[in-house]
Design a protein around this ligand. Structure first.
Ligand code: NAP
Length: 253
């Protein structure tokens, strides 16, 4: 028997999971992207792009499409869609599993200041002008407009127009290598690094580089999400999905 799986993606794990399931005859998978990235790398498997129209829209999409399972493999900072997934699962009766990669943990030698949100990160930069490496994603940049005294190096995937007076854009898509991150931080004489606690392997090298160079990191904590069944590995998602193949009548649990 085949079950229909909707994967909310926008992460490397979501893509990898969809690729693995697409090769498995037990699953009929659709990978969903928000459409935030301009240069979306389209996968060679069934996918869709764009919002659903809130939790209710997602619930209707699940019911209309006859989906039997929903996997939330979105980014840990994509709080709205994760909350919508919880609501939509409750409304539709479609079982939900969240795939959440573990957060980065502070290592010996790290100099992290952990803050609860982007507004706190801006305040933590201080009043004196500093050379700051911003790796927080394009949507978070407006928060830094209230601290124009700093010189920013901003790294994003898409190109954009910066609204900060002393800022330069570096467009690049990970993974990033340690040697390159070390060279970048040194060349740019970076004094502070700002990062979300994304937990991604592909972007971890900047933190190792900061550790080696003694550069402080302002680390923004993850938002709190509504409770949901949660796992951290693809194997666990596959086992959960397999249990729904064997027990199709458990829909609605
Ligand atoms: P968000 O604030 O949680 O979601 C905003 C809206 O975008 C949602 O209400 C939903 O629109 C739509 N949406 C989000 N993810 C979607 C998906 N996978 N498929 C279809 N619609 C989706 O999300 P965000 O922080 O803007 O992130 C957008 C996407 O980028 C997510 O898929 C996330 O995985 C990825 N991403 C985010 C970050 C980050 O730092 N936030 C970093 C890397 C990748 P409707 O309400 O209309 O359904």
């Amino acid at each position: 028997m085949t079950i229909k799986v909707l994967i909310l993606g926008g992460t490397s794990e979501g893509r990898l999971l969809a690729e693995r399931l697409a090769d498995d005859a037990r699953f009929d998978v659709l990978l969903s992207f928000a459409g935030r990235t301009e240069n979306l790398q389209r996968p060679e498997l069934p996918h869709r792009v764009g919002g659903f129209g809130g939790a209710q829209g997602l619930a209707s999409f699940l019911l209309d499409g006859g989906y039997q399972t929903l996997v939330d493999a979105t980014h840990p900072f994509a709080a709205q869609i994760s909350a919508n997934a919880v609501d939509a699962a409750a409304q539709s009766g479609v079982p939900l599993l969240r795939l959440m990669r573990p957060a980065w943990q502070k290592q010996e030698g790290d100099n992290w200041l952990e803050v609860r949100d982007m507004a706190q990160a801006v305040l933590a930069l201080g009043t004196e002008p500093r050379r700051v490496f911003l790796t927080v994603g394009k949507l978070e940049l407006p928060a830094f407009e209230s601290a124009p005294q700093h010189t920013y190096l901003v790294r994003t995937i898409d190109t954009l127009t910066l609204r900060l007076p002393h800022a330069r854009l570096l467009t690049a898509r990970g993974p990033f290598a340690l040697a390159d991150e070390l060279a970048l931080l040194e060349r740019e004489r970076i004094e502070l690094l700002v990062s979300k606690n994304a937990g991604t392997k592909a972007t971890y090298a900047k933190l190792e580089a900061a550790r080696q160079l003694g550069i402080p990191v302002i680390m923004v904590a993850r938002p709190t999400l509504p409770a949901a069944a949660e796992v951290s590995t693809l194997a666990e998602v596959e086992a959960w999905l397999a249990s729904h193949v064997q027990l199709p009548s458990r829909r609605g649990e």
